[in-house]
Design a protein. Structure first.
Length: 135
């Protein structure tokens, strides 16, 4: 069962405005704009937090119109989310500044993906240690 989002997006969330550009692989940023599309053209899959196993991405929930989200509707219908979890997603808010769309988040993230700043590299190294991958 998928869990609702955390109170705030994690410190490396690609939807956060304060996360440096280039932290995530380009393929991860490429997923974000598709959730801006009209409902019938959106991906059918929920967007999970990159760090918290089984939890929805809080930035995703805070950025996109969840009332019009295909993945949320399908997850509710299939039982991947409880009705209570759906209500939490629909009511989700955060004080953390987020990009206003997946396209904005992706553009920011991709801007320095080939040459991450020292701040971005530090975040990449922290993630690699936390997630057990190479830095």
């Amino acid at each position: 069962m998928t869990r609702p989002p955390a109170t705030n997006p994690c410190g490396s969330c690609p939807y956060r405005q304060d996360v440096p550009s280039g932290v995530w692989h380009p393929e991860e940023y490429a997923k974000l704009p598709d959730y801006d599309k009209d409902t019938g053209y959106q991906p059918p899959n929920l967007f999970a937090c990159h760090q918290q196993d089984g939890r929805l991405c809080a930035g995703w929930c805070g950025t996109h119109d969840m009332e019009e989200n295909l993945a949320l509707r399908l997850a509710e219908h299939s039982g991947k989310l409880t009705p209570e979890a759906v209500d939490e997603v629909l009511d989700y808010t955060t004080e953390v500044p987020l990009w206003s769309s997946g396209a904005e988040a992706a553009a920011h993230g991709l801007a320095e993906v080939d040459t991450p700043s020292p701040k971005a590299q530090k975040k990449i190294d922290q993630l690699a240690r936390k997630l057990g991958g190479p830095a």
